[in-house]
Ligand binder design. Sequence first.
Ligand SMILES: Cc1cc2nc3c(=O)[nH]c(=O)nc-3n(C[C@H](O)[C@H](O)[C@H](O)COP(=O)(O)OP(=O)(O)OC[C@H]3O[C@@H](n4cnc5c(N)ncnc54)[C@H](O)[C@@H]3O)c2cc1C
Length: 403
Amino acid sequence: MSKKRPAKNIPDDAVPERIVIAGAGIGGLTAALALSRRGVASEVFERREALSEAGAGIQLGPNATKVLAGLGILESVRVFSSEPDHLRVHDGQSGRVLARMPLGQWMRERHGAPYLTVHRQDLHRALSSAIQGDPLITVSPGRDVVSFLHRPDGVDISMGNGECLAATALIAADGLWSKLRAQVTPTAAPKPAGKCAYRTVVPLAALPPLLSANDVHIWLAPGAHIVHYPVRQGSEVAVVVVIDGVASHESWNSAASVDALRASPISGFAAHVRDFIFANHVWRMWPLQKLAPVERWTNGATALLGDAAHPMLPFFAQGGGMAIEDAAVLAKNIAGDGTLPDRLYAYEVERKARVNRVVTASKTNGRIYHLDGPMALARNGVLAAAPPGLMMRRYDWLYGWTA
Ligand SMILES: Cc1cc2nc3c(=O)[nH]c(=O)nc-3n(C[C@H](O)[C@H](O)[C@H](O)COP(=O)(O)OP(=O)(O)OC[C@H]3O[C@@H](n4cnc5c(N)ncnc54)[C@H](O)[C@@H]3O)c2cc1C
């Protein structure tokens, strides 16, 4: 990228627009990059002392990888990703394969972009590398954005160190536990969803040889399910186990013991997958959170983005994807015409219905995954009977999206 490219929002003869982004997670970094590609400068403030590379696996459908391609970073993400061939759905207790739906080449040909599975660290690193040296982006770690006040022509932003910044717009990409959300729109705090997610990443050698390595696998059972898929070109496997139950803490990264899994419905799973889960892995746990759709994503010169705008349960694998989509649409609108509040509102209008549909679909999947008794039998029957391509074509509205 040319270092001499002028910033569109810093014309020679006018007061520059100062766009501040709170949060250098997946959404915040993608937004900065998308703005820069449209010639708009931004400043990103991240609460953590170092840019966070924590996390485990994230799935990126063609709807998200199309955005990454447009930003010119798909190849740098792809070299660390896997491109699974199928989505295999199993009955967790018997181990029987209920459905095998196409991903891989089918997705690429149908939607013009790959379905990738990636370690969050690798995705975050690819985004961080892309913004390094970009003259239109500054990133400041160790800077907590605490609150803001509207002015007629922008926002005054209060930082954790007591400093106050005057900006033209504030993009709150501060994640699930956003402090800024409640200042943008009246809302409650997220509440425990009654399910806990345990995650780990293990070497490929740990995967039972019976299981195809280059597939996404989902194992369904009453009260629990397991998802695992390849990352890092298939050299590692990201595993998430979700069990019904509540825990109360706000972290993506709490250490967890396999004992909780041994005492859960996972103990009734088919032996090969159960033994895989009960092997000696390092587990992290986070209690899943729910929040009713927030009324407004924007308020004057402030806008919410990603999990700050729409926390979602992970049962549709779209948390990262929706933040990436938000970033592309936000940048398109900010680079457009009109007052900044109008441009931010246009972003909200363009995004809300689609994201709410994804939030609802995620919630529904969560219920379907843990069904019991006759309802579980009915679910299994439908999955086994449906032609695989037809099942995937039902999601054209999701994966066929373009900014
Ligand atoms: C450490 C971590 C690990 C994760 N691991 C996984 C995982 O394994 N699997 C998965 O599916 N999803 C994971 N996620 C969530 C996933 O990244 C998001 O759901 C999704 O990518 C949406 O991205 P986002 O940018 O909205 O939020 P996030 O990626 O959560 O980013 C929010 C960022 O804002 C920063 N921040 C918060 N408050 C402030 C503040 N007041 N001022 C400045 N900065 C602030 C946070 O430190 C964080 O860097 C993880 C998130 C984090 C932060």
